[in-house]
Unconditional design. Structure first.
Length: 335
């Protein structure tokens, strides 16, 4: 059986954590350091490689924004407030000072928006593709730290923002002719490509996640795959309603032309929205708390007993069928 990212981590790397509480079993996106009644540090790290996570000819400012944004999204999903980051970068001979100036400026704008700053890292040379690794550090009160585990049967499942815009933006970045095929205006195209290039970590949700979420993670590899991970960590099943997943107006129009695109949007990844569960007893207060946000926070399912499995249904009651459940670096479909 071919290996997946989750299997590699579980079989080869999780045992190295020796059960240390800081590692959170290596099933979460953040480690937890110095747990105490006064609070803790959460730490996460993501690597981005040209040709895999971004196009080699993307603008340096956009690459910088994305590299920092995907890490901040992990911090936010844990209930953490971003504070610091370390940057390690491997530069090849295609990188000149003009690129570095733009990359630095992009990082500066991103860190100002996200509320953290650079404190160290490493710079080296490679003969391979440009590679960027960022380690982000945040703070969280002990009672506010959230993980993928914690959801229970009866808890409602919510997603922030809209899902699938980034997958459409990536497809347009790869093949601009799709814009006319989908009947998109220039404004539509710019919106979708920007959603791919510049993720928007939901900083306004930090306090809400701390207070109301029973489990939380960000959506990076596709909504369906990432909820599989949350369900596994929380030991629950779920009834998920595919047609209730929030879509932007332009994404909804694309799905209206090609119904099979809904599955693509729910598995495409790079959304960097939050996926969280909320106990029913807290739901009224939760909905009041998110009511003033500029983006939707919408219920998309309900957790059930593990024995019932995770089922994605359409309004008609028909099961949603997808070719793959999300992005996996070790799946040939993604190469």
């Amino acid at each position: 059986m071919p290996l997946s990212e989750d299997k590699i981590i579980g079989k080869y790397f999780a045992p190295l954590s020796k059960g240390n509480v800081a590692a959170c079993g290596l099933v979460d996106d953040c480690a937890l350091l110095g747990a105490s009644p006064d609070g803790s540090r959460v730490v996460t790290s993501d690597m981005l490689i040209a040709g895999v996570h971004f196009f080699a000819d993307d603008h340096a400012c956009d690459i910088a924004w994305k590299a920092l944004g995907v890490n901040v999204s992990d911090i936010v999903s844990s209930g953490g407030k971003p504070e610091y980051y370390l940057l390690s970068i491997a530069l090849n001979d295609n990188i000149d000072e003009s690129w570095l100036a733009d990359f630095s400026a992009g990082l500066g704008r991103a860190q100002s928006k996200f509320g953290l700053w650079l404190i160290g890292g490493d710079t080296t040379r490679t003969e391979g593709p440009l590679a960027i690794s960022i380690t982000a550090i945040g703070s969280v009160p002990a009672s506010g730290h959230k993980m993928r585990r914690g959801a229970g049967a009866g808890h409602h499942v919510y997603a922030t923002g809209t899902i699938g815009d980034s997958a459409l933006g990536c497809a347009l970045r790869r093949d601009p002719s799709l814009s006319s095929n989908w009947g998109l205006s220039d404004q539509d195209r710019e919106f979708l490509v920007d959603r791919y290039l510049r993720p928007a970590p939901r900083l306004e949700m930090i306090g809400i996640v701390r207070e109301y979420a029973s489990a939380c993670m960000d959506i990076s590899d596709g909504l369906i795959l990432d909820f599989d991970r949350l369900g596994k960590a929380s030991n629950v099943g779920a009834l998920m309603l595919a047609d209730d997943v929030p879509l932007s107006d332009v994404a909804r129009r694309v799905v209206g032309m090609r119904a099979d695109m809904l599955g693509e949007l729910l598995t495409g990844g790079d959304d960097y929205e939050l996926l969280l569960t909320v106990p029913a007893v807290l739901e009224e207060s939760f909905l009041t708390a998110v009511g003033g946000l500029e983006y939707p926070v919408q219920q998309i399912g309900t957790c059930t007993d593990k024995s019932e499995g995770i089922n994605w249904l359409k309004t008609s009651g028909e099961k949603l069928c997808v070719e793959a459940r999300g992005f996996d670096h070790f799946n040939l479909r993604n190469r």
